[in-house]
Design a protein around this ligand. Structure first.
Ligand SMILES: [Zn+2]
Length: 131
């Protein structure tokens, strides 16, 4: 992390740093099988190593038929995908909360993730129709 620890403890985090945290800790979706489009399943999970995903269809076929089923084996090999996932949704939620608090402090509100300026015009504030 290229954030100066001293700066991080004495000054509010810049918006760009919040963006970086969201990008770094948001889970990266695993793509579908590039051969048949099925959702990939975890084949091997070991700490410190990228997780290996394979196509469940090809996995079943190649286990049943063994190495003699070349199309199934090709499908299996081609479907493999390695992912390193350092995601942590708690960090993403924390950044959202920081942004909401800052927006509230600035007199703005966040609706559906979009920052909106508060308004005194009831016609522009559907949530305040009772006033
Ligand atoms: Zn497949």
């Amino acid at each position: 992390m290229h954030v100066d620890a001293q700066q991080a403890t004495t000054e509010p985090l810049a918006a760009e740093i919040l963006d970086e945290l969201v990008e770094q800790y948001t889970p990266i979706p695993v793509p579908p099988c590039r051969i048949c489009g099925a959702d990939l399943e975890i084949e091997r999970l070991s700490s410190g190593q990228p997780t290996r995903y394979v196509c469940p269809v090809a996995n079943r076929q190649s286990k049943k038929a063994g190495i003699n089923d070349l199309p199934a084996l090709d499908h299996y090999m081609a479907s493999q995908d390695w992912h390193t996932d350092d995601s942590d949704l708690r960090v993403v939620a924390l950044v959202a909360e920081v942004r909401a608090l800052r927006a509230a402090a600035d007199g703005r509100r966040i609706v559906g993730g979009i920052v909106r300026e508060t308004t005194n015009n009831p016609a522009e504030a559907p949530g305040r129709g009772k006033q």
